[in-house]
Design a binder for this molecule. Sequence first.
Ligand code: DC
Length: 238
Amino acid sequence: MNTGPIAIAIDGPSGAGKSSLARRCAAAFGFLYVDTGAIYRTVGLAAYRKGIDRKDSEAIEKMLPTIRIRLKYNDAGEQRMFLDGEDVSDEIRKPEISICASDVSALPVVRSYLMQMQRTLAEENNVIMDGRDIGTVVLPNADLKIFLTASAEARARRRMLELQEKGMPCVYEDVLKDIRYRDEQDSCRDAAPLRRADDAVLVDTTELNFDESFAALSQLIIERFCLQPFPEGETKEA
Ligand code: DC
């Protein structure tokens, strides 16, 4: 284990509950939560707005130095994403931007561009960072690695409810199709494909609800670091 800040890496496919569980764990144990998918989404949104072909590596490479991506935390401890000074945290959640994010994230030029931003956050803070390649590439020396997964159908059902709650109507079959598209692309790409690190603990949440999944992750954190969660109500969660 290293002597610097603590790093917990949570990787897994889209919709496995990484973001909500990582956010909750970060609040419960006093870590900074870093949602790396939001950073890729912001690059995807920039390409979408500029009408650039998201699979054209050269065009995307030219675009990168022309945009300004910033990650900030508001008073409630929520991560917000800024593109050229505009808060795009809500816009990057739209389904069409999910596909753009998956497309641009397959490009090595994008991955190396974003690498340092992610590593710097982990060098300066105790982090729970979620993504696809955190335990394998970004933070290979993370103190705890978790690979969080669930069946594609369970993930599609959860994602559909989430979108509906946000007032974004959607059809189950479309959500499942998007999940499968992203699974295939995120796992089969050459650059840092989604894969479980050899030393990652596998947590399958297909049969678990949110509280049960949170309890499973909390247990891993308690055991690994001898930490205790803040009592409920004393977390920094929004
Ligand atoms: O976690 P998410 O669904 O918000 O991620 C959006 C896309 O970004 C996803 O299709 C895969 C990609 N991504 C990645 O390649 N590496 C990461 N560390 C995080 C996300």
